[in-house]
Write a new protein. Sequence first.
Lengths: 205, 205
Amino acid sequence: MILCDIGNTTVDIYENAICRKVALLEFYPELLIGDVWYACVNSSVQEKISFLGNWQDIGLLIDREKYYPTMGIDRILVCEAIEEGVIVDAGSAITVDVMKKGIYEGGFITLGLKSAQEAYAKLSHALDVSFNFEVDLAKMAKNTPDAVTTGFVAPLVEKIVRLGNPIYICGGDSAQLSHFLPNSIIDRELVFKGMIKLINRDRKC
Amino acid sequence: MILCDIGNTTVDIYENAICRKVALLEFYPELLIGDVWYACVNSSVQEKISFLGNWQDIGLLIDREKYYPTMGIDRILVCEAIEEGVIVDAGSAITVDVMKKGIYEGGFITLGLKSAQEAYAKLSHALDVSFNFEVDLAKMAKNTPDAVTTGFVAPLVEKIVRLGNPIYICGGDSAQLSHFLPNSIIDRELVFKGMIKLINRDRKC
């Protein structure tokens, strides 16, 4: 069985417990042999896939009533992977969601680290600085890179910590963000773990 | 005496306890008669002013060693206005600074409300939503506008509250932000109050 998470620029393919990333332009779904379960946010790829008999939409296994109507599929899948805890998906946006005893409690969306830095740069040349991931968030900043880093990261990190434990982090910026959340668990395969749980639950039914 | 705060697109002019805003393109410094104290972040206007004998740079009265070298003049001026408290300047960027017994304790810079909303919109069409200023930040969000608003605003507001009291808010978005900080004091003239304190201190010397 192959699992595919299809985004707008890349595709993550999970097979035999190994995950590989492929550029969307170099992705040919018809070449994948055997059962494939997928999540897709790209409508043109979705259409292409609909003609392939071996591809099944993981979205059909989700109980949508547990979540809110416009919630993204990837966000739902990482929640499905976790029974209890805070799930931080640090990608182009950062989503933070809370699960309690398998029930979705709600969450929020903030800007991704790259997106925030780009927005600072757009505001003024003086704020066009890289985040300092070595900064001590507990201290008040006294230079521009630290003031910008703590301005965006400290409120977010402190909010995440207050939401409870355990904290799981996935997404492209998980290593950078986890640096500020030393007790968090990095798990880049949460989307696929969510998919596998849904498939196994469906098979039992 | 006239006080001027010259930004990159507008000028705030304070005279006889009344503040008015003028577009930079419609601002003719040579027309202001009498003593003028100014803060300026625009180098071409700064050059123009340097030829006017009645204009004095407020920056010369600041003890720069109290602050950090690259700290913006407006940010210093709002701090100079306050002996004790948290000062939030909610403009194109949001600066948050702490003063204790007249000593600068440090601060941070985050994105302004407009800038953050623009950055969300750039990330995806689904996140191109207006902030919901009626949202209850204490509740976990279960729809996109609330998830986006709480994602940006809740961590920031909670961080500001933890910094202490009193909280002063100035800047163009002070009304919107103060909605989430019910015990804060809106004071749109903090920059000018800082200028006046500096001028009075200088006169006593």
